[in-house]
Write a protein that binds this ligand. Structure first.
Ligand code: DC
Length: 224
């Protein structure tokens, strides 16, 4: 039997701090990172770029199966084109959420995601890491924060980048996307029954990282 690779699954809604927590954990542990949201964002972008309607499920699934993406030194390439910043826009997030609701798209990305689990370990960031992609992960975290706090964080991020931002619009987009992610039939955004739930509304990122590290040390003492 192949040896189990240690996996920390970090799930939760957009803006809960998952991305930052994932990066910090991976740095501390020297493990790999899976940014699964980036894969859905890439599919959304490829669909948009091909001029296909977001209701054309069959064509979208074909695109997901043939996706040609590369992750190199923090840059993300789609068909050879650097889309690292482009996939982070609100529009790309909304398109990602639409394609992510399609079971065929999720199936197309499943093996790709599982392939990231290689020694010495993996920190996986998404919505269904602990429930569907890595159900045997030793550490599962469901990270939340209030919608108001998440909108505020996103607003700050955009302003820091010199990009236009409207707080009320961001909050309603976040709530709309959450509702779609939570209510879809395929792998909805849901805490795994064995996940630790952490509300980051009033917690610093370092505190969240410390809590997850404590759990990782308990579970994977021999691998760390
Ligand atoms: O984490 P993110 O904001 O980059 O994710 C973009 C969209 O992709 C989000 O609306 C939900 C979807 N997603 C998903 O359904 N499953 C994942 N594992 C990751 C993201």
């Amino acid at each position: 039997m192949p040896e189990q690779v240690p996996v920390i699954a970090i799930d939760g809604p957009s803006g809960s701090g998952k991305g930052t927590v994932t990066q910090l954990l991976a740095e501390r542990l020297g493990w790999r990172v899976l940014d699964s949201g980036a894969l859905y964002r890439l599919v959304g972008m490829a669909v948009d770029g091909a001029g296909i309607g977001f209701d054309d499920t069959n064509k979208i699934i074909k695109i997901a199966n043939r996706l040609h993406a590369e992750f190199n030194d923090g840059r993300i390439l789609l068909d050879g084109r650097d889309v690292t910043d482009l996939i982070r826009t609100e529009a790309a997030g909304n398109n990602a959420s639409k394609v992510a609701a399609m079971p065929g798209v999720r199936a197309a990305l499943l093996d790709w995601q599982r392939g990231y689990a290689r020694p010495p370990g993996l920190v996986a960031d998404g919505r269904d890491m602990g429930t569907t992609v890595f159900p045997d992960a030793g550490v599962k975290v469901f990270l939340t924060a209030s919608a108001a706090e998440r909108a505020q964080r996103r607003y700050k991020q955009l302003k820091e980048k010199g990009l236009p931002a409207n707080l009320a619009a961001l909050r309603s987009e976040i709530e709309e996307r959450d509702a779609r992610d939570r209510t879809r039939a395929a792998s909805p955004l849901l805490a795994a029954p064995d996940a630790i739930e952490i509300d980051s509304t009033a917690l610093g990122i370092d505190e969240v990282v410390q809590r997850v590290l404590q759990q990782a040390h308990r579970v994977y003492a021999t691998s760390l």
